[in-house]
Structures are given as C-alpha cells and as structure tokens.
Design a binder for this molecule. Structure first.
Ligand code: SF4
Ligand code: SF4
Length: 143
C-alpha cells in the first residue's frame, strides 16, 4: 500500500523529471533551424543587446572568470539584496552600447560571429524560440 509520504516522494520525483525534460527540450536545437550568421538578431533586435540578463548568466560569467563581460553589465539594486542586470555598457566610459559589443563581422563576408558564443546570455542562446518567433523577427534560420 502506498502511504502519503510515498505519494509525496513520487510527486516530487515526477516534478523534477518534468523540469529536467523541459530543460532538455529547451536546449535541443529547433528542427530545421540552421543559423545563417546573418547578424539580424544581434544588430536589429534591440532586446538582444539592450535588455536585462538573469542571475544565472551572471553566475556563469563569474564561474568562467569573464570579468570582461561582467564589466559591461550594470547591476542595479532593487532592494532586499536583489539586483537587475542591465546590458550592455562600455566598460571604460559606462555609456550604454548602441549595438552588441560582442558582435563581429567576418572580413570580406556578409557573416557575423558572436565573440562570446560559448557563454552568451540565455536570451541569445534561446533565440529563436520557435519557427513563428523566427518569422516574426526576421530570422533566416528556417529558410
Ligand atoms: S551576445 Fe552574441 S548572440 Fe547575443 S546579441 Fe551579442 S553578438 Fe549576438
Ligand atoms: S537572425 Fe537567425 S539566422 Fe540570422 S544570425 Fe540570428 S539566429 Fe542566425
């Protein structure tokens, strides 16, 4: 007979597995998507480079020792020890960047690369979220 504690344990295990499943699904590449390195998302979508990152991105950069990236983030206290992390700022002048500082155009090619590809922010890693999202925002990854 299953007693209440067993039910609680089974429920907690299922929830954990569901969360892991969701995370794995999220990290799987979208079917049919191949980035064409056109740079549209980084150049033309202001919420790619003028937005906030979450604490997990900050932790990732701290663990990777990426003080160069952290120097381009403005931490704004919002009370009770919490912060919002605003991106991107010039590490020398503090001025807000007018485009993503990590984007580079390949010489003599109409292609772009992200200089922090392995540790880019979550919203960049998860772009586009779907075919519909890609179409709506001008991404050529499904063409
Ligand atoms: S961090 Fe990389 S992927 Fe994100 S906007 Fe900048 S260049 Fe693009
Ligand atoms: S807009 Fe789409 S295809 Fe172009 S660089 Fe961004 S993700 Fe890649």
């Amino acid at each position: 007979m299953i007693i209440n504690n067993d039910l609680v344990n089974i429920s907690a295990k299922l929830s954990t597995e569901l969360l892991i499943g969701k995370k794995l699904l999220r990290n799987m590449p979208l079917k049919g998507f191949v980035c064409k390195q056109c740079g549209n998302c980084c150049l033309n979508l202001s919420d790619a480079y003028s937005t906030c990152v979450d604490e997990k991105d900050i932790e990732m950069w701290e663990q990777a020792g990426r003080s160069d990236i952290l120097a381009c983030v403005a931490s704004i206290p919002i009370g009770e020890g919490s912060f919002v992390y605003d991106i991107w700022f010039n590490s020398t002048t503090g001025a807000e960047a007018q485009r993503c500082p990590w984007l580079r155009k390949l010489p003599k090619m109409n292609k772009y690369v992200c200089r922090i590809h392995d540790v880019k922010p979550r919203h960049c890693r998860e772009y586009p979220k779907s075919l519909k999202h890609a179409r709506k925002t001008g991404c050529k990854g499904f063409d």
